[in-house]
Design a protein around this ligand. Structure first.
Ligand SMILES: [Zn+2]
Length: 148
């Protein structure tokens, strides 16, 4: 079943707001304090760590693409701008998360990630698929279409 709303936290009073996806572009306001809810972050990859991974990935109301990367990896750097682009294209439909596996070895070993880039597709709190290697943009898009 498709989720037709997002849970977004008000940056002023920290209340969680349920925002219909169809209203994302209408400058949503917090139901409690009336402050504007920051929706800009929806179009950008979110950087996670071993500590924030579970919360950002498995408690997400949206499907998630996790990019496991490392700073020394050339193909990872090449794929960075593509993910930035896809984050905008799939804004409010897919969350893109980046995990530096050099700095966050726990998650890397939990999922036996032995090469980078490796991408995890997560849907409904479960790993849906694992994509190994730097896929061309078109292939990434068709993989993403499977979960959104
Ligand atoms: Zn508020």
């Amino acid at each position: 079943m498709k989720t037709n709303y997002l849970i977004l936290t008000c940056s002023k009073c920290s209340v969680k707001n349920k925002v219909p996806i169809s209203r994302i572009d209408d400058a949503p306001k917090c139901g409690k304090c009336g402050a504007a809810i920051p929706v800009d972050s929806l179009g950008r990859p979110v950087h996670v760590t071993d500590h924030t991974f579970d919360r950002e990935v498995f408690f997400s109301t949206l499907p998630v693409l996790v990019d496991c990367w490392a700073p020394w990896c050339g193909p990872c750097r090449a794929i960075g701008p593509i993910l930035d682009e896809l984050a905008i294209k799939y804004r409010a439909r897919l969350k893109i998360v980046k995990l530096n596996i050099d700095e966050n070895p726990e998650i890397g070993s939990r999922y036996s990630i032995s090469s980078v880039p490796t991408m995890l597709l997560v849907k409904d709190g479960q790993i849906f698929d694992t994509l190994v290697g730097a896929l061309p943009k078109e292939q990434l898009e068709s993989q993403i279409e499977r979960v959104i």
